[in-house]
Design a protein around this ligand. Structure first.
Ligand code: ATP
Ligand code: MG
Length: 660
């Protein structure tokens, strides 16, 4: 098992593998030549992609300038407007009537925007923001629900060169204020509110509370009327969207911005600590996000209907909702609601209604659907689905297989199965990386349940040991990126030292992402969770992911989280928290059964000392499990800062049960 060089034990072995069907491969956007070209000439490859996916106002003269490392400059000398690329150029090309956004509101109301309509809407917003004194380089805070105005606002900012900072609508007034202050935002764009589980849920009061104390930089607050709940009105600041945007002129000429002009700041979700304002710039970010959407999802913009379920408050909602689909001229679905309202089949109803062909979601959503049972999706016709994506956490092999069998193989509500289920693309990347870094090409790569497979063409991923040396096949270690990439972060807003310290100080000359990973015996890559969560049991370094995957592989378990808790004999002991599937029963038997199951599947070393059955796990608002809080509970400590949890009461309950 462990030897001197391995930094993480390789516990699980996967035999199942699925290749692309001949038909899929023959029609795929990306073939194996992508890898060959990128391998032969990495910078040349990115220069080609940059000219393929974007219309540059002024062509670039140098692909990469790394002289100021670790701050990169990509496509130097190039000038480009992101909004023009996402909008006007499709209209100019005669595709103005193509649907850009099918919007499904939380109450079942719908709106459709064609490319011509969306372009006009963004031009109005750009004019309105300029008339409110927003100029190139100014920061705009965006605090909106999942409605088209969020995308319109982001693109209007990009058009005029203002830097947007989207703050997730679920965050508190305090979180909003600290982000407004950090970025010194001049304008806030918000809404009166939205709906959650069919009930009105307000946003504007949080903005009012955030701006109540003096000393802020905000000059105007533009308010979209969405749920029509009454709201306080601050005459000095507040303006209705309808009054300033809808009345503005539809003529607005885009100006080309420097390739390195700041595009946005996005504060990371805070799974591990104090949020960091991640800065992205224009050219490289758009090139890599557009190129990866095209390749990873095999996007055919004329025929596909794409749906990414991520909120615009997260990076996935930036790269793969607001920018890449539109830059590629695709048609996408946008959904304001939650997967359980008005019923647990709503997602599948939407897939059936719009004939969604490319679906992008997170493992947490897949596991929730597993818990609810396959009867729900089985009741819909999901035969339009061609590619299924996942992002955000490692996907357990069992959840991957469920996604494939239940969603990807569905050939209609009569229960027939597709001969070739939709391929699954597991995409590893971060707020900091801006776009996909590890992902299969669905027309080329053989995929394995649970593996993110291989680096994206043109991306230099590696796994290294403590000393920074590459580990071999079958071994685990630290996931690093060896060469700069187009959509890499350009820094942490206002804190260049923290940027170097956080990402570039662990290994010389390499970006260290904070995640553990392994190569399997075939050289395929597996993500093993955050290195901070690694457990040391009797000298073995065990990742959380593999033990969790083993638990989820048990047919009574829907979700699992494991942590290491101090133990007098073994250093640390594995403690597991599990959510059972709808039909399973709690009790002593299940605990013993699960302990033995892990012992048998992985080995006695990984056998949990404790298994606690829980109704819910502590998750961030983007659906990620916060293991550090579970560790506090497992070690009998006061539970740490739980303010970024979607539902803080979950942790109170677990801590109580733990003390019993
Ligand atoms: P913070 O950095 O503030 O703690 P965060 O890391 O959760 O928050 P994100 O940038 O949204 O914020 O998430 C990136 C992380 O999510 C990765 O570092 C990795 O741990 C995890 N992740 C994303 N996609 C995958 C994937 N496909 N497989 C495994 N892990 C993934
Ligand atoms: Mg992170």
């Amino acid at each position: 098992m462990t030897d001197a060089t391995s930094t993480l034990d390789n516990l699980m072995h996967e035999e199942r593998a699925f290749g692309p069907s001949a038909d899929f491969a023959a029609n795929a956007v990306a073939d194996a030549s992508r890898y060959e070209r990128a391998k032969a000439d990495r910078l040349g490859y990115w220069a080609d992609r940059a000219r393929e996916v974007l219309t540059w106002d002024t062509d670039f003269t140098e692909t990469l300038d790394w002289s100021d490392a670790p701050v990169a400059k990509w496509f130097v000398g190039g000038k480009v407007n992101a909004a023009y690329n996402a909008l006007d150029r499709h209209v100019e090309a005669g595709n103005g009537d193509r649907v850009a956004i099918y919007f499904e509101g939380a109450l079942g109301d719908t709106t459709t925007y064609t490319y011509a309509e969306l372009t006009a809407a963004v031009k109005k917003a750009a004019n309105a923001f300029e008339s409110l004194g927003v100029a190139k380089g100014d920061r705009v805070a965006v605090y909106l629900p999942m409605i088209p105005e969020a995308v319109i606002t982001m693109l209007a900012c990009a058009r005029i060169g203002a830097v947007h900072s989207v703050v997730f609508g679920g965050f508190s007034a305090d979180a909003l204020r600290s982000r407004i202050d950090d970025a010194e935002a001049k304008l806030v764009v918000t809404a009166d509110g939205t709906w959650r589980r069919g009930k009105p849920s307000s946003l504007k009061p949080a903005v009012d509370a955030a701006l109540a104390a003096p000393g802020h930089t905000v000059e105007n607050v533009v308010v979209v009327k969405r749920n029509s709940e009454p709201t306080e009105w601050n005459d000095g600041l507040d303006k209705w969207w309808n009054d300033v945007v809808l009345t503005a002129s539809e003529d607005h000429a885009p100006v080309a911005h420097d390739s390195e002009h700041p595009l946005f700041i996005l504060y990371t979700s805070g799974t591990t600590g104090k949020p960091k304002g991640i800065l992205h710039t224009t050219g490289g970010y758009i090139v890599q996000s557009a190129a990866t959407l095209k390749d990873t999802f095999d996007l055919h913009p004329e025929t596909d209907v794409y749906w990414c379920t991520a909120d615009v408050g997260w990076v996935t909602g930036h790269s793969y909702v607001a920018y890449a689909p539109l830059v590629n001229g695709a048609t996408q679905v946008m959904f304001e609601g939650t997967p359980d309202t008005p019923h647990q089949g709503i997602w599948w109803e939407i897939v059936e209604k719009y004939k969604v062909s490319l679906l992008y979601t997170a493992p947490t959503a897949i596991r929730t659907c597993m818990k609810w049972g396959r009867e729900i999706p089985d009741g819909y016709d999901l035969s339009s689905l061609r590619v299924l994506g996942t992002v955000g956490e490692p996907i357990n092999p069992e959840a991957w297989m469920w996604y494939r069998d239940v969603i990807g193989a569905n050939a209609g509500k009569n229960g027939e199965k597709k001969e070739h289920p939709a391929p699954i693309v597991d995409t590893w990347w971060q707020t900091e990386t801006g776009s996909h870094m590890i992902a299969p090409l669905p027309g080329v790569t053989h995929t394995k349940p649970g593996s993110a497979q291989v680096a994206v063409p043109g991306i230099s991923i590696d796994i290294v040991d403590e000393m920074g040396e590459s580990v071999g096949d079958g071994e685990g270690g630290y996931l690093v990126i060896r060469d700069p990439w187009p959509s890499m972060l350009r820094g942490i807003w206002g804190d260049p030292e923290r940027f170097k310290e956080t990402y570039w100080s662990r290994f010389d000359g390499m970006y260290f992402a904070g995640d553990g990973a392994k190569y399997d015996e075939d050289g395929d890559l597996w993500l093993l969770g955050r290195v901070d969560d690694v457990m040391n049991v009797s000298g073995h370094r065990l990742s959380t992911t593999e033990i969790e995957s083993s638990l989820v592989a048990h047919d009574k378990v829907a979700e699992a989280a494991v942590v290491g808790a101090k133990d007098a004999t073994t250093g640390e002991a594995v403690v597991a928290f599990v959510i059972l599937r709808g039909s399973a029963e709690e009790g002593e038997d299940i605990v013993t059964e699960l302990r033995n199951h892990v012992g048998k599947q992985i080995g006695p070393i990984a056998k949990p000392r404790h298994v606690l059955v829980v109704p819910e796990l502590p998750k961030t608002r983007s659906g990620k499990i916060m293991r550090r809080l579970l560790k506090d509970a497992a070690e009998g400590r006061e539970v740490g800062d739980a303010s970024t949890l979607a539902d803080p009461s979950v942790m109170t309950k677990i801590a109580e049960d733990m003390r019993k």
